[in-house]
Write a protein that binds this ligand. Structure first.
Ligand SMILES: Nc1ncnc2c1ncn2[C@@H]1O[C@H](COP(=O)(O)OP(=O)(O)OP(=O)(O)O)[C@@H](O)[C@H]1O
Ligand SMILES: [Mg+2]
Length: 509
């Protein structure tokens, strides 16, 4: 640049503005090169950056470059540009025509009738490394102050580096947030989506049908069923498939709260409402605003709270303890109980008027013993879930074990099944859950019923067949190995294979 060239600070300020103006790094670089070309007599300028996997150098932005030149790529270390990136040191070639090793890759050559050109290439730094290079072609001029020009381009390269770094950080952070968001949404769906309620039995289908019918409304729902049948799961499903899904789902465990606390939990209080009320507290009703309030074990709330609850349901407004103003609420109520509310009404421990307010739409969740066809599905589901969670390779539940699960009466319902399968997965040392992995309550003849339905010899044979098949599977159909695994002889195994009609070819893979 000649001494008559304009002030470099003005150029740098404009370049900087172009880089911060856009979030798209290529557009920012492109604009910066345009400004350079407008304000200085440069023939060509380009920014070359490493590809995402750092294997090649590619043109990210350019001015005055031919289309072939824009498409050119180099290996790091290849040509002048590649060497600049590799060594992290600039190269200045005052007279390209005098430089035999110069790579004419980007169409840079002495054109007929044109005067000679000068070439400068400075690394774009990233700590100790370079992430690319900044190339500039200028008309050759023996009076040019190459030192000064080099310094200017180095400052520009540093500005490019900072802009790129910043945008990479922003992009990485944005990507992280997107990933996290997708992950959380997936998790939420997994936890509460109603497709995660397992069951295809008639009674469960009816439950699903009821959920989808009531979810979209604002109707109060009462969920009734024995302990462990999945009432809470259903309450979640109603909320997450309703229009309130993005608003809060607030749960109150009525049985877990002492009488003295339940009202302040539900309705909140004003500062000074009672000794110890040092600050105002929002109640769960307020927290659930626009969402769903789930009152779990509603059969356990005391009579005085029942009165207040009834009033809230009628008036659709609440009063904080010690407060004077009523607060409007928009809350969808879902309640659950495993207690016999009709009996409680007769015993005068549950108010009949509240019962009628709650009993608008009732979902009865059947006990597990009344939906036996779901047992196998649920057992498989929990087996897969806990095998994955505990890093076990449990793949299957043996037929005798299934029979035991089917025969049991499940007083603790799905929760009990879930616990039993988790325990079985934990104590099971192979890939199959056998009867002996199940707890003693399932082992008794009375509980299992297996031996009343089958004779002893039938049961033993079923078990034997099961074990032989497992061994053959492990031994990939090899009877000698299977015999060893079972501590038996090949002759006995071959005999049993024939006896039970086992097809060994099935296990060869
Ligand atoms: N149909 C189902 N599919 C998958 N998991 C289920 C199903 N039903 C229940 N579970 C699981 O069983 C456990 C008990 O369910 P939940 O807590 O909903 O029962 P509950 O009826 O609220 O019991 P309680 O009356 O004791 O509070 C939970 O871990 C739940 O995820
Ligand atoms: Mg519950």
């Amino acid at each position: 640049m000649h001494t008559s060239d304009p002030e470099p600070l003005a150029l740098l300020a404009d370049v900087n503005a172009a880089l911060v103006e856009t979030h798209n790094i290529r557009a920012g670089l492109q604009r910066a090169l345009q400004i350079l070309a407008q304000q200085r007599r440069v023939l060509q300028a380009s920014v070359v950056l490493k590809s995402p996997d750092s294997s090649r150098l590619q043109v990210a932005a350019s001015e005055g470059l031919s289309p072939e030149g824009q498409r050119a790529t180099w290996a790091v270390g290849e040509g002048v540009t590649g060497q600049v990136v590799e060594a992290g040191r600039p190269v200045v070639i005052p007279q390209v025509s005098q430089e035999p090793t110069f790579l004419h890759r980007t169409g840079r050559r002495k054109r007929n009738g044109r005067s000679d050109t000068s070439f400068m290439c400075v690394p774009i730094p990233d700590g100790q490394d370079s992430i690319g290079a900044f190339n500039v072609d200028l008309a050759f001029d023996k009076n040019r102050d190459y030192e000064r020009d080099l310094r200017l381009f180095q400052v520009m390269a540093t500005m490019f580096a900072q802009a790129i770094r910043l945008k990479q950080l922003i992009e990485a952070e944005r990507q992280r947030l997107l990933d996290e968001n997708a992950h959380l949404k997936e998790e939420l769906k997994e936890r509460y989506d109603f497709s995660h309620i397992i069951g295809t039995s008639g009674p469960m289908r009816q439950v699903f049908e009821q959920i989808s019918r009531v979810a979209s409304t604002n109707t109060t729902v009462l969920i009734r069923g024995e302990s462990g049948t999945g009432k809470e799961l259903i309450a979640h499903a109603i909320h997450y498939s309703s229009a309130r899904a993005k608003k809060p789902f607030i749960k109150v465990s009525c049985a877990a709260l002492p009488d003295s606390l339940i009202e302040s939990e539900l309705f909140g209080y004003e500062r000074g409402a009672f000794t110890g009320a040092q600050a105002r507290k929002m109640g769960r009703f307020e927290l659930a605003h626009a969402g769903t309030l789930f009152l779990d074990e509603i059969g356990d709330i005391n009579l005085s709270t029942q009165v207040k609850l009834l009033r809230v349901l009628q008036e659709k407004e609440i009063e904080r303890l010690g407060g004077v103003d009523a607060i409007k609420t928009d809350v969808r109520l879902v309640a659950a109980t495993n207690s016999d509310l009709e009996k409680a009404i007769a015993a005068k421990t549950f108010r009949e008027d509240l019962y009628y307010r709650l009993n608008v739409f009732t979902i009865f969740v059947p006990p597990l013993r009344e939906r036996k066809t779901d047992i196998l599905l649920l057992a498989d589901h929990f087996m897969e879930k806990y095998a994955a969670e505990h890093g076990r390779s449990v793949k299957r539940i043996s037929t005798p074990a299934i029979d035991m699960l089917m025969a049991y009466h499940w007083p603790g319902n799905v929760r009990e099944l879930q616990n039993i399968i988790e325990r079985a997965v934990l104590i099971c040392d192979a890939s199959v859950v056998h009867g002996h992995h199940l707890p003693p309550t399932l082992q008794t003849g009375e509980a299992t019923g297996t031996f009343t339905a089958q004779s002893l010899s039938e049961a033993v044979e079923a078990y034997e067949k099961d074990m032989i098949q497992d061994a053959l599977k492990t031994a990939r159909g090899n009877r000698v190995k299977a015999a060893k695994l079972l501590n038996s002889t090949q002759r006995i195994i071959s005999y049993k294979v024939r006896k039970y009609g086992i097809d060994c070819r099935r296990f060869r893979s």
